[in-house]
Design a protein around this ligand. Sequence first.
Ligand SMILES: C[S@@+](CC[C@H](N)C(=O)[O-])C[C@H]1O[C@@H](n2cnc3c(N)ncnc32)[C@H](O)[C@@H]1O
Length: 442
Amino acid sequence: MILLDSERDAISARISESCPPETQRVLTAAWAHDVEAVKKLLDTPERARCQDPLTGETPLHAAIRSCGPPSDDDDAADLEAAKETVHELLLWGGIWNDVDDRNETPGCVAHRLGRTELYNLCVEAGVRAEMLFGVLEGYEELESGDEAEEEEDEDEDAHRPNEDAEMVIVGEDGEDAPELVTAVENGAAEETEKTFQPPTNEAGVDVNSEAYLRSKLTYSEGKLVDDEGNGVMMAWETDIMRQSVDALLPGKESGKRILNIGFGMGIIDTMFAETKPAKHHIVEAHPEVIEHTSSPDSKFGANWEASAPEPGAYKIYQGKWQEVCVQLLQEGHVYDAIYFDTFGEDYSQLRLFFTELVPGLMDSNGTFSFFNGLGADRAICYDVYTKVSELHLTDAGLDVEWKVIDVDMSQLAEAGEGEWEGVRRRYWTLDKYRLPICKFLG
Ligand SMILES: C[S@@+](CC[C@H](N)C(=O)[O-])C[C@H]1O[C@@H](n2cnc3c(N)ncnc32)[C@H](O)[C@@H]1O
């Protein structure tokens, strides 16, 4: 039997009979937007993040789901109460990225229903949580507890880097809510869900940078995959690469100084090379990618190096950017355009790159961009990471403009099909890409 969304979202389908009474009470009060009852019931963060054992419904899911989609019958007072309920739950430790049995976070439910204000509250909570993890030097990977189920469902892998969403609720002044430090002490940081799934191996273990750099790669028609079948780079991203070059080198003037981190399939480097730069440096860490660049049919072999306007101006540096870029800094290299697109690294590495290295490597009028696949497995994670990276970019002295471009999803809509054939996970699910164009502030 196929259930309609309205039936699947009914209270009877979401709060199960086997749900423990204490959890049922919180879920029912949240569902009814009974703010006073919710406040009375919430005396620990555990209460705010309780879940129906069968459906995975949390109080946040319940408060949002019961609103249903917008309609002429909307009751303004009830919507206000819904917002207050969500706000209260978040203050008390409700988790913005907990998934239910359908692999939906509360924000995903708000997004699907078209409840923008509630969705925005979830995004803001995600941003607060991620910023806090940044301050605490977090981004640690926490087990989600049901990877298998997530895989079966629509859970899609974040592409590069390995973005991990973590959650801590920050108490706000003047509210009868836990303080920030209390929330951390209460373990909110340790019991949260990981929704940004990094590439994994067969055992479901995350592929980290070291493991990736040791892995065997396969170049085939339109894709580069590691030995676990994770997509390292795919040809469907060519338009994103093209538009990134347009943003970095508007007018495509020749004679620019270019630095690209991560060669992959050489798509963006081929485009950079066509502009006849004065300097074109590439940093690549994987030995097999390096081998590929020196194969007889590669455009980036000895002939390319020899075609440089000056010796050493066209060069592939072998090694991790973490080491090579320090060397480039020490040698005094400066670039007009810098692009960053690696694989198997987490967000902290991207942040490290633009905070510690871009300021020294980029010309004062230069432009920096990166592959923005952060949280691209679901809309809310993408929105959270857009804001988080924007805040961190500003912190690093960079102003960012997001150019929104359409992604043709016709061959990308289903896992294992179309472009995803032979690729372990569908790391991209969105029909819009936000292309970051970063320049120095001021
Ligand atoms: C997604 S691909 C880049 C695709 C490229 N933008 C293109 O247009 O084809 C990522 C590349 O980064 C490389 N890489 C991963 N970690 C690296 C690191 N720490 N330093 C340098 N390169 C790295 C990978 O080996 C891979 O070749």
